[in-house]
Design a protein around this ligand. Structure first.
Ligand code: C2E
Ligand code: MG
Ligand code: MG
Ligand code: MG
Length: 277
């Protein structure tokens, strides 16, 4: 009887898995159509220097609004794009679009203003990744220092030597490298110290809440100290309150990003934001 019961559960579970797989396939084919019919756009979220509020750059974030007006968040479709390999073409488009946007800002922002681009490991390990990005930077009349690449800690799990080579190559051309969502992954400290990295981006889970009064913030403080010891900088994401901003600044965090300063903006909104600075 126990066996029967178990078999019944297994069948049900298999059906659910099949449903989930079919849903993912459908979403992926919709994503393909959306990409080829130019329904994907980039939004731009500024990040600022905490001590004086100066705009230091902006992060590019993918947006997908369906023909029916539904907004599908990147956390839903990026993993699909990664698993299917589509992220290579999609990510290439993101890079070209981001750089064209940054080129359009020349003369309107400080020369040090960085365009921060999220890059997935699947893209980075492509043979031509570094050559392509350098080519696009050159084509747009930009310099490497105009560009920051955001990578997550998961890269530590892969062929670390080839990753390090690529990061070094990019840094030789002035591109800066940030580790995104820092503290949520599981890279070892020994790997971290051997990576050519400029910035740790403190995950918003360590920033949110009442900054002064919660244990999470102790982690943010520890990340700032770790970065200082490794001669890296920090940027905090998800800053929503003045108290969070002040506590981070007092603890030595240089830069921040979050709804307190600005939500991610479309190009026109970003221009308005810039005009108000
Ligand atoms: P991320 O790179 O860590 O981006 C920060 C996320 O936090 C964004 O979510 C942003 O809208 C959100 N955020 C910013 N400030 C605040 C705040 O004050 N409070 C709260 N609650 N949230 C805030 P979004 O746009 O939904 O993006 C989610 C993730 O999708 C990104 O996380 C990134 O990992 C991925 N992603 C987005 N665009 C791209 C892309 O072009 N390529 C790749 N590979 N991944 C991307
Ligand atoms: Mg990011
Ligand atoms: Mg992040
Ligand atoms: Mg995050």
């Amino acid at each position: 009887q126990a066996k029967h019961f178990h078999r019944g559960k297994t069948v049900l579970f298999a059906t659910e898995l099949a449903d989930a797989a079919r849903d993912r396939m459908q979403l992926l084919s919709r994503l393909r159509v959306a990409f080829s019919s130019e329904r994907l756009t980039l939004h731009f979220q500024p990040f600022i220097r905490l001590h004086d509020g100066a705009a230091m750059g902006a992060e590019c974030l993918l947006r997908w609004q369906t023909a029916e007006g539904q907004h599908i968040p990147p956390d839903h479709f990026i993993p699909l794009a990664e698993q299917s390999g589509m992220i290579v073409a999609l990510g290439d488009w993101v890079i070209r679009t981001a750089l064209r946007w940054r080129a359009g800002l020349i003369g309107r922002v400080d020369d040090t203003f960085r365009v921060a681009i999220n890059v997935s490991l699947v893209q980075l390990i492509e043979d031509n990744f570094v050559a392509n990005i350098l080519h696009y930077i050159h084509t747009q009349g930009l310099q490497g220092y105009h560009v920051e690449i955001e990578l997550t800690e998961s890269m530590a799990a892969h062929d670390i030597n080839s990753v390090i080579q690529k990061l070094k190559q990019m840094r030789e051309h002035g591109i800066s490298i940030a580790i995104d969502d820092f503290g949520t992954g599981y890279s070892s400290l020994s790997i971290l110290s051997s990576l050519p990295i400029d910035r740790l981006k403190i995950d918003r889970s360590f920033v949110s809440g009442d900054a002064a009064n919660q244990p999470h913030f102790g982690i943010a403080h520890t990340v700032i100290e770790l970065a200082t010891n490794l001669q890296m900088h920090t940027i905090a994401e998800g800053i929503e309150t003045e108290s969070q901003r002040d506590t981070l600044r007092q603890n030595g965090c240089l830069e921040g990003q979050g709804y307190l300063f600005s939500r991610p903006l479309d190009e026109a909104q970003f221009n308005q934001w810039l005009a108000q600075q």
